[in-house]
Design a protein around this ligand. Structure first.
Ligand SMILES: Nc1nc2c(c(=O)[nH]1)N[C@H]1C(S)=C(S)[C@@H](COP(=O)(O)OP(=O)(O)OC[C@H]3O[C@@H](n4cnc5c(=O)[nH]c(N)nc54)[C@H](O)[C@@H]3O)O[C@H]1N2
Ligand SMILES: Nc1nc2c(c(=O)[nH]1)N[C@H]1C(S)=C(S)[C@@H](COP(=O)(O)OP(=O)(O)OC[C@H]3O[C@@H](n4cnc5c(=O)[nH]c(N)nc54)[C@H](O)[C@@H]3O)O[C@H]1N2
Ligand SMILES: [Mo]
Length: 762
C-alpha cells in the first residue's frame, strides 16, 4: 500500500495548500491572458456583479448588497473571460472544416476556437456550415415548423443561462405554436428540488437569504463543491467558520475548499499565507448514502427527544406540519445496521450530528448535485426538509433550506414559465392576456424529449443555449437521435458537439453574451435574472459585441416565432424593441412580478415571494408535509462487494460541458481528465494500485456500457464510491436510469465494476 502511494503517476500530485489564496489569483490572471487582451480585462471583471454592470454567468450565488469584489473569484473570471475572448469562429473557419472533421475535436478544442460570429446553415452537400442571412434562416425554420404534423413534434430546450426575458419569449413561442415540450437543463440538475420541495413546503425554491448566514448557529453542507462551483459562497462560509459556527460536511470526496480556504479578499490571510478551516467535521458518506445518513440523524434526534425532551419543536410540528407520526414510525422501524451499511458512517458519528443539531437554534442545510442526481433524488430532498422541520428550522432567522442552483438563471427560467407541467392558472392568464389558447397537456422534460427523438416521434429541436446531447446521459443513444431529426436550431455563443450532430436542416445562431451591449430600437437593453435566493435583478453588458452580426436571444426567438406563426397574437417586433414591454407582460401573467420594471431599477432588485419564510405553506393541505423514505437504499440491484457507485463530477477547470482547461488543481490532477478516483481499500480489494489503467463497466444496464483506459487515482473518497469527470463519463450512464419522480438522471450513482484494463497501453 505505502509503495503504491509513492508511485509516480503523470499529472497526479497531491495539492497541499488551502483552496483560494494566491493560487486562485494566479489562475485568474492566467484565464485572462489566455482569452483576452489584458488591458480590457480588468474593466470587464470590475463590472461583474456591480449594480451598474452585468450578472456573472458563473453561478447563481447572490451578492451581498450586490457589491462583492468579484474580481477575485477565479471561476467567475474564467466564465467571463471565456465569453469575452478575442478568438472568433467565422464563416471562413467553417469553410476550412467539414462537420465530420470538426466532430474529431475535443469539447475543449471546439469551444476554444472562440465566439461564433455569423448565423450559419448546414449544407449536407459539402458537409459544411455556410453563412446565411438571418431573415432567410427564420423563413426556412418557420416553413419547416409549419410543415410538421403536430406541434408536439418540436422540443424547445432551455439552458439556464438564458435571461428571464428570453425564456419568457421562448415559452410564449412554443405555447402559441402549440406544445408544452420544455426540456431544460434543470431536468438534469435541480428537478428533484423543483418536485420535492413543493410537496414538502409548497414551493420549489430555497428559503434562506444571505442575512440568514449571519445569524445561523449550524450549517450542514451536503453534496456540493462550492470551492469550484459556487466560489462566491466561499466568502460566506469563510465568515461563518470565523464566527466559530460549526459547518458539518457530508461528501464522499475530500474537497479542499470545504476543508481549508484562504479568502483572496482577506488581506491578513493572504499576507501571512494563512487559511481558515471550513468544515468543523467532515463525514465521507458513501455515494448515494445520504438518505441513510439523514434517516440516521433523525433517528438519533428522536432518541434524544425520548431521553431528555425539548429537542423536537412540538409546537411547530403541531401547528405547521402534517405526517410526523408516519415519519416517526418509519424512523423507529429503520435499523442502525442498515443505516451504517448504506451510509458508510458509524452510528456514533450520526448521533454526534444529532447532538449538534439539537444544540443549534437555527440551522441551514445547503445541498447540490450530490443529493439531486440520484434515482431517489426527490426523496433525498424531502428528507432534508424533514430534518429541518423537526426543529422548526424553516421560516425563522438564521435557518432554512438552501439548494445551490446551477446555471446563473436556471431558477428564473422556471419562474417565467419554462416547465413541461404548467399550472392551469398560468395557462389561463396567458390566454387572457394574449388571446390564444395554450395547450394544457403536459410536455416532455429532458430525458423524455430525448426518448421521443430516439423513437423518431420528435422531429425538431430548438435549443436556447446549452449542449443538450452532451449534457444528457448515454451518448451512444443520444447522438444518433440528434442526427435523425428533420430540423435543429441552436442559439449559442460558442461551438459545441450538439451543434455538430446535424439534422436534415441545422442552423447555428450566434447570440450576444451577458457581457455585451444589447442595443435595440429604444436604446441599450438590460435583461433580468433570479439568483439562488430568489433575488431578481437587472444585468446589462457593455462590451462591444463579438461580431456586428450577433443578435440578442430575445431578437432571435422573436424572429423565429414571427416566421413560424404568421397569424401570431404576440407583437414580437415591438417586444424586442424594448424589453420593458416583455417585463410588463411577465408582470401581467405571473404573480410576484408586481412593479417589475420599477423594482429592477433599484440596485439589488427585489425578492420573489417565498411564503414559507413567513411560515405560510402553499401545499394543498396548507401545512408543511413530512415524508417517508422507504428503507435506506437507492433503487437498484444488484449490489455486491465488487460493485462501486460512480459519481460523475466537475473538475475545477470546467463549466458543465465547457472545458476551460485540463487541470483539477484542488484534487491534484493536472493536464488530464482520464482518471478514476478510488478509495485505497477498494483498489487493494480489486488487486489494483494507484496509477493502474482500468476499464469501467456499468452494472445491469441491459447492454454493455464501458469506458476504457482510465487511470486509477488513489484519493480520499469513501469506500464503495468512485468518481470520474462529466461529460466524458456519460458513456456509462443509462438514459433511463432516473429518479422516477423528477426525471433527473442518476449521474451520481451509476453502479459500475472496475477491472484492470484489457489493454495496458503504456
Ligand atoms: N466553475 C463552475 N461552476 C459551476 C458549474 C461548473 O461546471 N463549473 N456548474 C454549475 C451547475 S449547472 C451546477 S448544477 C452547479 C453544480 O455544483 P455541485 O453541486 O457542487 O456539482 P458537482 O461538481 O457535480 O459536485 C458534486 C459534489 O457532490 C459530491 N457528491 C457526489 N455524489 C454524492 C453523494 O451521493 N452524496 C454526497 N453527499 N455528495 C456527493 C461530489 O463529491 C462533489 O463534491 O454548479 C454551477 N456552477
Ligand atoms: N454526467 C453528468 N452529466 C451532467 C451533469 C453531471 O453532474 N454529471 N450535470 C448536469 C447539469 S447540473 C446541467 S445544468 C447540465 C448542463 O447542460 P447545458 O446547460 O445544456 O450545458 P452547458 O455546458 O452549460 O452549455 C454550454 C453551451 O452553452 C452555450 N452558451 C454559453 N453562454 C451562452 C449564452 O449566454 N447564451 C446562449 N444562448 N448560449 C450560451 C455555449 O454555446 C456553450 O457551448 O448538464 C447535466 N449533465
Ligand atoms: Mo446544473
Amino acid at each position: 500500500m505505502s509503495k503504491s502511494k509513492q508511485r509516480n503517476v503523470p499529472g497526479v500530485r497531491p495539492y497541499g495548500g488551502p483552496a483560494g489564496g494566491w493560487g486562485a489569483l494566479r489562475a485568474t490572471a492566467q484565464a485572462v491572458r489566455q482569452q483576452m487582451d489584458t488591458f480590457e480585462a480588468p474593466v470587464v471583471l470590475l463590472r461583474t456583479n456591480q449594480p451598474t454592470g452585468f450578472d456573472c454567468p458563473g453561478c447563481a450565488w447572490p451578492d451581498k448588497e450586490h457589491r462583492s469584489t468579484f474580481q477575485f473569484c477565479e471561476n467567475g473570471a474564467k466564465a467571463v473571460t471565456w465569453e469575452a475572448t478575442n478568438k472568433r469562429v467565422t464563416p471562413e473557419f467553417f469553410e476550412r472544416h467539414t462537420v465530420s472533421e470538426l466532430l474529431g475535436y475535443s469539447d475543449y478544442e471546439l469551444e476554444n476556437f472562440g465566439r461564433l460570429t455569423h448565423p450559419m446553415a448546414y449544407d449536407p452537400v459539402t458537409d459544411k456550415f455556410r453563412a446565411v442571412q438571418w431573415e432567410e434562416a427564420f423563413g426556412r425554420i418557420g416553413k419547416a415548423m409549419r410543415g410538421l404534423a403536430s406541434p408536439d413534434q418540436v422540443e424547445f430546450y432551455t439552458s439556464g443561462r438564458a435571461s428571464n426575458e428570453a425564456a419568457y419569449l421562448l415559452q410564449l413561442f412554443a405555447r402559441e405554436y402549440g406544445t408544452n415540450n420544455f426540456p431544460d437543463c434543470s431536468n438534469m440538475c435541480h428537478e428533484a428540488t423543483s418536485v420535492g420541495l413543493p410537496q414538502s413546503i409548497g414551493i420549489g425554491k430555497g428559503t434562506v437569504s444571505l442575512a440568514d448566514f449571519d445569524q445561523t448557529e449550524l450549517v450542514i453542507s451536503i453534496g456540493h463543491n462550492p470551492g469550484t462551483n459556487h466560489p462566491r459562497m466561499m466568502g460566506t462560509l469563510h465568515e461563518v467558520a470565523r464566527r466559530k459556527v460549526p459547518i458539518i460536511v457530508f461528501n464522499p470526496m475530500r474537497e479542499r475548499a470545504l476543508e481549508r480556504f484562504a479568502d483572496p479578499q482577506d488581506v491578513l490571510e493572504m499576507a501571512t499565507l494563512g487559511s481558515t478551516d471550513i468544515a468543523s467535521t467532515y463525514y465521507q458518506v458513501r455515494a448515494g448514502g445520504d438518505a441513510a445518513a439523514l434517516k440516521g440523524i433523525m433517528k438519533a434526534v428522536l432518541a434524544l427527544e425520548d431521553e431528555r425532551g425539548g429537542v423536537l419543536d412540538r409546537e411547530f410540528i403541531a401547528r405547521h406540519t402534517r405526517g410526523f407520526e408516519a415519519l416517526e414510525a418509519d424512523l423507529r422501524a429503520t435499523g442502525w445496521a442498515d443505516i451504517e451499511y448504506e451510509s458508510g458512517l458509524a452510528r456514533a458519528d450520526l448521533e454526534q450530528v444529532a447532538q449538534a443539531y439539537a444544540a443549534s437554534n437555527a440551522t441551514i442545510i445547503t445541498y447540490g448535485m450530490g443529493i439531486t442526481q440520484h434515482n431517489m433524488g426527490t426523496a433525498n430532498v424531502r428528507l432534508i426538509a424533514d430534518l429541518l422541520l423537526l426543529r422548526g428550522n424553516i421560516g425563522k432567522p438564521g435557518a432554512g433550506i438552501c439548494p445551490l442552483r446551477g446555471h446563473s438563471n436556471v431558477q428564473g427560467n422556471r419562474t417565467v414559465g419554462i416547465t413541461e407541467k404548467p399550472s392551469a392558472q398560468f395557462l389561463a392568464s396567458l390566454q387572457a392576456v394574449f388571446g390564444f389558447r395554450p395547450p394544457s397537456a403536459h410536455g416532455h422534460d429532458a430525458v423524455k424529449a430525448m426518448e421521443a427523438m430516439i423513437a423518431g416521434t420528435a422531429r425538431a429541436l430548438i435549443c436556447l443555449g446549452g449542449n443538450f446531447a452532451v449534457a444528457l446521459p448515454d451518448p451512444e443513444r443520444c447522438f444518433p437521435a440528434m442526427k435523425n431529426l428533420d430540423l435543429s436550431v441552436h442559439v449559442g455563443t460558442k461551438l459545441n458537439r450538439s451543434h455538430l450532430l446535424v439534422a436534415r436542416e441545422t442552423y447555428l445562431f450566434p447570440c450576444l453574451g451577458r457581457t455585451e451591449l444589447d442595443l435595440q430600437d429604444s436604446g441599450p437593453q438590460s435583461i433580468t435574472v433570479e439568483d439562488s435566493m430568489s433575488m431578481v435583478h437587472a444585468s446589462a453588458g457593455r462590451l462591444k459585441p463579438a461580431s456586428p452580426y450577433l443578435r440578442s436571444e430575445c431578437a432571435i426567438i422573436a424572429g423565429m416565432a414571427g416566421a413560424a406563426l404568421p397569424d401570431s397574437k404576440v407583437p414580437w417586433t415591438e417586444l424586442v424593441a424594448d424589453y420593458d414591454r416583455i417585463r410588463d407582460l411577465i408582470e401581467r401573467t405571473i404573480p410576484g412580478f408586481e412593479g417589475y420594471n420599477r423594482r429592477i431599477r433599484v440596485p439589488g432588485g427585489f425578492r420573489m415571494p417565498l411564503p414559507p419564510t413567513g411560515r405560510v405553506w402553499p401545499t394543498p393541505s396548507g401545512k408543511a408535509e413530512f415524508s417517508v423514505f422507504p428503507g435506506v437504499r437507492e433503487r437498484y440491484e444488484p449490489w455486491d462487494p465488487g460493485c462501486l457507485r460512480l459519481m460523475t463530477i466537475r473538475s475545477h477547470d470546467q463549466y458543465n460541458t465547457t472545458i476551460y482547461g485540463m487541470d483539477d488543481r484542488y484534487r491534484g490532477v493536472f493536464g488530464r481528465r482520464d482518471v478514476l478516483f478510488m478509495n485505497a481499500q477498494d483498489l487493494a480489494d480489486l488487486g489494483l494500485a494507484h496509477g493502474d489503467l482500468v476499464d469501467v463497466e456499468t452494472v445491469a444496464a441491459g447492454r454493455t456500457l464501458r469506458m476504457e483506459g482510465l487511470t486509477a487515482v488513489q484519493y480520499g473518497i469513501s469506500r464503495g464510491s468512485a468518481a470520474a469527470y462529466y461529460p466524458e463519463a456519460n458513456v456509462l450512464a443509462p438514459l433511463d436510469y432516473i429518479d422516477e419522480e423528477s426525471g433527473t438522471p442518476s449521474y451520481k450513482s451509476i453502479p459500475v465494476r472496475v477491472r484492470r484494463a484489457a489493454a495496458q497501453a503504456r
